[in-house]
Design a protein. Structure first.
Length: 344
C-alpha cells in the first residue's frame, strides 16, 4: 500500500513540475531566445542573461509559480484534513469560516495598524498581517467547532450553519472596514477580498515554505487516523487513536496554513473543497492516498488557475479568488445535491 501511494504521488508530482515549467513561459512578456533556449539557460551557470529576461523569470514568474504551488498545497491539504476530521465532504476552510476570519483580522491590521505602528518594532509590524490572519482563522475555527458540538459529536448541519453565520459577521465587519478605509487601505482590502498571487516574492515564499513544510509533516501522517475516524470516534479510540490530540493538531495546523495563505494571497476559496472531492471519486475515502495526493492536485489546480488569471485578459489580471469560486461553486452545489439524496 505504501509503495503504491509513493509511486502515484511521485508520478503526479512530475506532472505538476512539468506543467509549472510550461506555465513559466506563458504571459504577456515573450523571452528573446524562445522557450527551449531559455529553459536550457536556467540550468547553465555561465549563461549571459538579458536583463529583462532575468528580471521577469527570477522576480516575477518563478516566485509567483512557487507561491501558487505552496498555496494550493496548503489549502488542499487543510480542506482534506478538515473533511476527514468532520467525516463530511462539505467541510472546507472557506465554508466553515476560517478564511473569512483570517480576512477580517488581516483587514483590521490593514486599516487600524497604522495607529499602533509607532509603538511596535518594524519587523513585528510587518508581520502583524500574517500573525493576526492565523489568530482570526483559529478563532473562527474554534467558535464554529464549539457551536457544532452536540453531546460530544459534531453536527454537520450546525457546522455549516455556524460557518455561514461566522462568515456573514466577518464579511459585514470587513465591509465596514472597507467603508471607513482610506484609498490606499481600500486597495489593499480589495486585494485581500478578491485574492491574487501578484504580490509573490522570495521572502514570502520562504515563510510560506516553512509553514507548508511544518503543516505537511503534521498532517500527512494522519491518513491512518482519519481512516479510523470514519468508523466513529469511539471505535477510533478503541483502535488506539488519540482522537482529541489529533483533532487539536488538525485544527491548529489548518488554521496556521490557511491564515498564512490569506495573509499573503487574500481570499482563495473552494480549493479545499474541490480537491478532496475529485480524489474521493478516484480513491473513495482512503486518506492514505487522498492526503498526499491532495497536496499535489491542489498545487496543480492553483498553478493552472493562476496562469489563466494572468493570461486570459492580459495585460490585466483576473483575481484568482474569482476563478476558484467559479470552479468550486458548481462542485459545492453538486455535493449538496448528492448529500440531499444520501449518496455521500
Amino acid at each position: 500500500m505504501q509503495k503504491n501511494v509513493t509511486a502515484v504521488t511521485l508520478i503526479s508530482l512530475c506532472v505538476v513540475l512539468f506543467t509549472s515549467l510550461l506555465t513559466l513561459f506563458m504571459g504577456v512578456y515573450q523571452f528573446e531566445n524562445g522557450i527551449v533556449d531559455t529553459l536550457f539557460q536556467l540550468f547553465q551557470t555561465d549563461t549571459t542573461w538579458k536583463e529583462t529576461d532575468w528580471f521577469v523569470l527570477m522576480h516575477l514568474r518563478i516566485p509567483r509559480i512557487v507561491m501558487a504551488l505552496l498555496v494550493g498545497c496548503c489549502l488542499a491539504v487543510s480542506g482534506t484534513s478538515l473533511q476527514g476530521m468532520f467525516k463530511n465532504p462539505l467541510a472546507s476552510p472557506d465554508l466553515i469560516g476560517m478564511t473569512s476570519g483570517a480576512v477580517l483580522f488581516a483587514g483590521i491590521t490593514i486599516v487600524l495598524g497604522s495607529y499602533i505602528k509607532k509603538y511596535l518594532p518594524e519587523m513585528l509590524y510587518f508581520s502583524m498581517v500574517g500573525i493576526l490572519s492565523f489568530v482570526g482563522s483559529l478563532l473562527s475555527m474554534l467558535l464554529v467547532y464549539g457551536m457544532a458540538q452536540t453531546n460530544k459529536k459534531t453536527n454537520i448541519v450546525l457546522l455549516l450553519l455556524s460557518g455561514v453565520a461566522i462568515s456573514a459577521i466577518c464579511g459585514a465587519t470587513t465591509g465596514l472596514l472597507t467603508y471607513v478605509s482610506t484609498d490606499e487601505e481600500l486597495r489593499n482590502l480589495t486585494f485581500w477580498t478578491l485574492g491574487s498571487l501578484g504580490g509573490a516574492n522570495w521572502t514570502k515564499n520562504a515563510i510560506l515554505a516553512v509553514v507548508t513544510g511544518v503543516g505537511l509533516c503534521i498532517l500527512l501522517p494522519k491518513g491512518k487516523a482519519l481512516n479510523a475516524f470514519l468508523l466513529g470516534e469511539n471505535d477510533a479510540k478503541h483502535l488506539g487513536i488519540p482522537v482529541e490530540k489529533i483533532k487539536t493538531q488538525i485544527i491548529i495546523t489548518t488554521a496556521l496554513m490557511v491564515g498564512t495563505c490569506v495573509a499573503f494571497c487574500g481570499t482563495i476559496g473552494f480549493i479545499g473543497l474541490i480537491v478532496p472531492y475529485i480524489l474521493r471519486l478516484l480513491f473513495k475515502s482512503n486518506y492514505l492516498y487522498i492526503l498526499p495526493l491532495s497536496a499535489v492536485l491542489g498545487s496543480f489546480i492553483m498553478v493552472v488557475a493562476d496562469t489563466v488569471s494572468r493570461t486570459v485578459v492580459a495585460p490585466s489580471e483576473i483575481p484568482i479568488g474569482i476563478l476558484t469560486a467559479f470552479m468550486g461553486a458548481p462542485v459545492f452545489i453538486l455535493l449538496l445535491i448528492r448529500y440531499k439524496k444520501g449518496k455521500i
